[in-house]
Design a protein. Structure first.
Length: 258
């Protein structure tokens, strides 16, 4: 069986597939792991990975030959972060994280997902449980529910559950849940793990009452209990109000993606 003819566009598509394997918590991947995740032959993956290393989009650890995101990709991301207004918003987010002693994250809409674009860690009391997933379904996450509930144009039209998430919310239940989020002013989700984690999110609203994103925290539910949620919500809402006018996003209106 002969290999497909190579083309510039196909090579770019495959390079993007390789880069997308690193989405998440800054993983370091071996060549075989990278090939498996990208669903590409090892030889093709090696060729692409080496080209990305030469372009500084990936870097390779000389001690174990594992790949990770390179500094060049971080440099390329700077204009996007500036365009979002995160340079201006960052001081408010770090101040909030220090004040409540929990990592603060910002999520925006990308297609049918809520994508984490920024994290501000506190100088103390940090633990890995506070780091959210890089991408979460809108229908099955606190960030997604905050985005959906407070968008004035959202219309829920699908009747089936989100098949990508093990904890889907069906349309009728989602309507009821979003009504409750609007009444309380925040969204909350219990993430079932061996040590359960709770996530809490409030909307980031800009000029014209447009929902720009969501500000969220998460921690072990034993710590982030109802009492602590009541204590930190005023500070979260204040921070969200301060960064709302600063925050910009090119996300599509929520009613056009549901």
């Amino acid at each position: 069986m002969t290999e497909e003819p190579r083309s510039g566009a196909r090579a770019v598509d495959r390079a993007i597939e390789v880069l997308n394997c690193f989405e998440g918590d800054d993983p370091a991947l071996s060549l075989s792991e990278l090939a498996q995740l990208a669903a590409l032959p090892v030889s093709t993956t090696h060729r692409l990975a080496q080209a990305l290393v030469r372009g500084r989009l990936l870097e390779q650890d000389p001690a174990n030959d594992r790949y990770r995101i390179g500094h060049g990709l971080a440099s390329l991301a700077r204009p996007a972060l500036t365009r979002l207004g995160l340079d201006s918003a960052a001081p408010h987010l770090y101040a909030l994280a220090a004040g409540i002693r929990i990592t603060v994250s910002v999520g925006v809409v990308e297609q049918r997902d809520a994508v984490t674009v920024f994290q501000a860690r506190p100088p103390e009391w940090f633990c890995p449980n506070q780091v959210p997933r890089a991408r979460q379904p809108l229908r099955a996450s606190a960030v997604g529910h905050a985005l959906l509930a407070f968008s004035p144009t959202t219309t829920i039209v699908e009747e089936h559950a989100d098949q990508r998430d093990p904890r889907p919310v069906r349309t009728g239940g989602l309507h009821t849940h979003l009504d409750r989020v609007r009444r309380t002013g925040f969204a909350s989700e219990l993430i079932p793990t061996e040590d359960p984690i709770r996530s809490v999110a409030v909307p980031i609203v800009g000029p014209g009452r447009q929902v720009r994103g969501a500000l969220a925290v998460q921690a072990r539910s034993a710590r982030l209990n109802d009492e602590l949620i009541r204590r930190i919500l005023p500070a979260m809402r204040t921070a969200a109000g301060r960064i709302g006018p600063l925050f910009q996003t090119d996300s599509a209106p929520l009613d056009s993606i549901l």
